[in-house]
Every structure is written in structure tokens, then in C-alpha cells.
Design a protein around this ligand. Structure first.
Ligand code: ADP
Ligand code: NI
Length: 222
């Protein structure tokens, strides 16, 4: 274990690993591990409380509303329950619960909470949605949802509205235009931005080659 941590961080890691044992492939313990590594990396260049960053990263997907009937409170409440049971101080508990509650505020919604630690964990989570790993996760999720890879009848561009996209059964390629290609401009930290740039270029190369292989001629970068 190369990341320095406290006993509470170790317990949170055990809790996350056990809780996410049978989670879907894109939201499993390995996703958490990667987000922790990214967050730890970004945290070395940003003023922050490292314990809050690590706990936030470890607990950020502890109970995703997507897999709990859309219940947005279950994640933060599960994190709170864990921290209280471990005797964490109230300030620390609140700081971590706020990360879990606010990390997944969807685009467009104005988040009422901000902290440097939230910014770091959000960047770390977003990094895992782009680049080679992001491509793998997108197709994994698409497969989980039984989505097509690509349909030449459905243009690989952004849908007119978020609602139109959400209510569609869009092929996985469309997810790049809805979200993945936008993430590099949504990073909060300089380190996050720098790491995102590399992964972004990799996705563009992937899309270009993908469309070439499937014989589709309308490739565009946005
Ligand atoms: P997180 O919970 O890590 O913040 P999401 O739950 O939004 O992120 O997505 C988890 C993973 O599944 C990401 O890699 C994302 O790109 C992918 N994903 C989410 N929605 C879709 C979709 N409609 N099509 C393909 N991939 C998706
Ligand atoms: Ni996540």
C-alpha cells in the first residue's frame, strides 16, 4: 500500500471493498481503487485535507442511487452510518458525507456545496470515466443496459436535450458526445485538467479509428 493513511481510511477501504463485491463492473471496488489513486495523486498538488479526500473517494459510490431505485439519499446515509459507527468526529463525518451527497450532482443542477476535497474527488472520479478505462467502462455499462455499440442510423452527436437522451436507448457511442468528451473542460483542478487532456486525446483517436473501421464517415470531435 503506497498511499499513507489512517486507521479510519483503512476501515473505509475494507467497508467499500466488501460492500461493492458484487457491484456492476464499472462501479466496483476496482473503480474505487482507481479513484483513490487519482485522488491521492491530485491531492499532492492541491491544498486539502488528505483524510477527507481519501474517505470521500472510498465512500463516493458506496450505494449508487442508480442501483437503488433512484434514491439519492442512500449513498450519503450509508457513508454517515459507517463513519458514526467508527466514531469519526462530527466535522470529519460531515465533510465526507457532503462529498458523497454532492459528487454526482448531474450537469445543469447547481450544487449547493463546495470544498477543495469535493473538487479533488470529483476530478478523480471523472478521470476514471475517460481515456482507455473510460472507454471500457462505457461499453461495459452499455452492455449491462443491453445497448447497441453504434447504429449508423443514429447520428453520433449530442441529443437535443438531456431528457431526450435519458429516455432514449442510445447506442454507447453516443455517450461520448453526451458526456465523455465534455469532461476535460469540467475539471476543477490543474492536475486533473492535465491528466484529462491526455485521456481526452486517446478517446478522440479511438473514435476516429472506430468510425473508420465501421465505415462511418461523419466523425467529428464534438
Ligand atoms: P460515477 O458513478 O462513477 O460518477 P456514472 O454513474 O455516471 O459515474 O457512470 C459510471 C460509468 O458508466 C462511467 O464510466 C460512465 O461513462 C458510464 N455510463 C453512464 N451512463 C452511461 C451510458 N448511458 N452509456 C454508456 N456508459 C455510461
Ligand atoms: Ni464513481
Amino acid at each position: 500500500q503506497i498511499i499513507q493513511h489512517t486507521a479510519l481510511v483503512q476501515k473505509a477501504a475494507d467497508f467499500a471493498r466488501i460492500s461493492l463485491e458484487s457491484a456492476e463492473g464499472g462501479h466496483d471496488w476496482q473503480h474505487i481503487r482507481r479513484v483513490v489513486v487519482n485522488a491521492n495523486n491530485i491531492a499532492t498538488t492541491e491544498p486539502c485535507n488528505k483524510e477527507i479526500v481519501l474517505l470521500g473517494a472510498l465512500l463516493h459510490d458506496i450505494a449508487d442511487s442508480k442501483f437503488h431505485g433512484g434514491d439519492e439519499t442512500i449513498g450519503p446515509e450509508t457513508a454517515r452510518g459507517f463513519l458514526i459507527a467508527e466514531g469519526a468526529l462530527e466535522d470529519l463525518t460531515e465533510a465526507v458525507v457532503n462529498i458523497v451527497a454532492h459528487i454526482s450532482y448531474k450537469g445543469g443542477q447547481v450544487s449547493s456545496f463546495y470544498s477543495p476535497e469535493l473538487a479533488i474527488v470529483r476530478d478523480a472520479d471523472r478521470l476514471d470515466a475517460i481515456g482507455a478505462i473510460g472507454i471500457a467502462r462505457a461499453f461495459n455499462y452499455g452492455g449491462f443496459k443491453n445497448r447497441k455499440l453504434f447504429d449508423p442510423e443514429i447520428p453520433p452527436v449530442e441529443y437535443p436535450t438531456k431528457e431526450a437522451y435519458k429516455s432514449s436507448t442510445a447506442p454507447t457511442i453516443n455517450h461520448f458526445y453526451e458526456k465523455l468528451l465534455k469532461l476535460k473542460d469540467l475539471m476543477h483542478t490543474d492536475t486533473g485538467r492535465r491528466l484529462a487532456e491526455d485521456r481526452h486525446q486517446y478517446m478522440l483517436g479511438f473514435l476516429e479509428q472506430f468510425f473508420q473501421e465501421v465505415g462511418f464517415e461523419g466523425f467529428s470531435e464534438v
